[in-house]
Design a protein around this ligand. Structure first.
Ligand code: BDR
Ligand code: CA
Length: 312
């Protein structure tokens, strides 16, 4: 089978970096480009970080496009308290050799979808959904060409991580999330309910470090910074590694399970802004608009992740 063509839309973020590494290390996937969005840190940093990670993977040839620098209607909320001030604390920052592409991320996504046959290109969304929502609003004609949008966002049984009821990516731009969930594109959702099961335990990080190649060492250093905040917050051995679940889904969906459900996004309430209301028990009769993942075989996930990053 030819590799599956993907665009990674991202706000790196150590866990975004882990997702980019897994994608670049996997022969099943062909990364057409990386599009940056403001989220964990402002856009200038997420765009630089995407280039840095590609270069660390020996893939300085991957094109990086900068996109939205703020949510559709709100002020940007960032997460330096989780990721550090560069977004990738744990690794020494540097300017990537390959400059950013001059084209805007949204234009790149639209053009790429137009150029490819329907059902060819998958969008992997690892940050606030501002870029993807802008694509849908600006060029609704490309929506039927999207093979799948696989996104990390939301939380239902687990609640939220930035407020008691909202997960960060959806909270930052709930209006964008609503546009995406109402778009009619096939959506697979990786909420906190699944990512909280993917823990960077000490022994897993040691196994990664034992690979000995530069990407594994960099990733182990970053994870040791990243998990500090979450270990304290959740009282777990290691923290959740959210975003690479999106990429793992494309490589080995058999390690996950979930069900098709209706998902609606709260945009009105101060108390529950950005909540993802999942009709898991099908009590509303509202149409199913996403495949919502709830469980993962975490050992199988880390076997894949550690093996692949070790090959870079
Ligand atoms: C999500 O928010 C970000 O901080 C992470 O990179 C991940 O995409 C988890 O809530
Ligand atoms: Ca992210």
């Amino acid at each position: 089978m030819p590799p599956r063509k993907i665009i990674i839309d991202t706000d790196p973020g150590q866990d975004d970096a882990a997702a980019i590494m897994l994608a670049l290390a996997s022969p099943e996937l062909d990364v057409l480009g990386i599009t940056a969005v403001a989220g964990n840190v402002p856009l200038a940093l997420t765009a630089r970080n995407a280039g840095m990670i590609s270069e660390i993977c020996g893939r300085g040839d991957v094109a990086v496009f900068a996109g939205a620098d703020r949510p559709l209607q709100r002020k940007l909320v960032t997460a330096e308290h989780v990721h550090g001030k560069t977004g990738l604390d744990g690794v020494e920052p540097f300017e990537p050799a390959r400059p950013l592409e001059p084209m805007h991320a949204v234009d790149f996504i639209i053009e790429t979808l137009r150029e490819h046959p329907a059902g060819d290109v998958t969008l992997c969304a690892l940050g606030p959904l501002t870029n993807i929502a802008t694509v849908i609003e600006r060029a609704p004609g490309v929506v039927p060409k999207i093979r799948e949008i696989v996104l990390m966002g939301g939380g239902f049984f687990e609640g939220g991580n930035i407020t008691p009821s909202a997960e960060f990516n959806i909270y930052v731009d709930p209006e964008a999330a609503r546009i995406v969930f109402n778009s009619g594109a096939p959506i697979t959702m990786m909420p906190l309910d699944v990512t909280h099961k993917v823990l960077t335990t000490r022994s897993r990080v040691e196994r990664l470090r034992a690979n000995g190649n530069r990407p594994s060492l960099v990733m182990a250093d970053m994870l040791e910074f990243f998990e500090r905040y979450d270990e304290h917050k959740y009282g777990t051995d290691g923290g959740p590694l959210h975003d690479p679940t999106v990429v793992a889904w494309l490589i080995d969906p058999g390690m996950f399970d979930g069900r098709r459900s209706n998902v609606e996004i709260e945009t009105g309430s101060d108390l529950t802004l950005g909540a993802t209301v999942v009709d898991w028990w099908k009590v509303t009769g509202r149409p199913e608009n996403a495949f919502v993942v709830r469980n993962v075989d975490a050992d199988r996930f880390f076997d894949l992740f550690i093996d692949r990053v070790g090959r870079l």
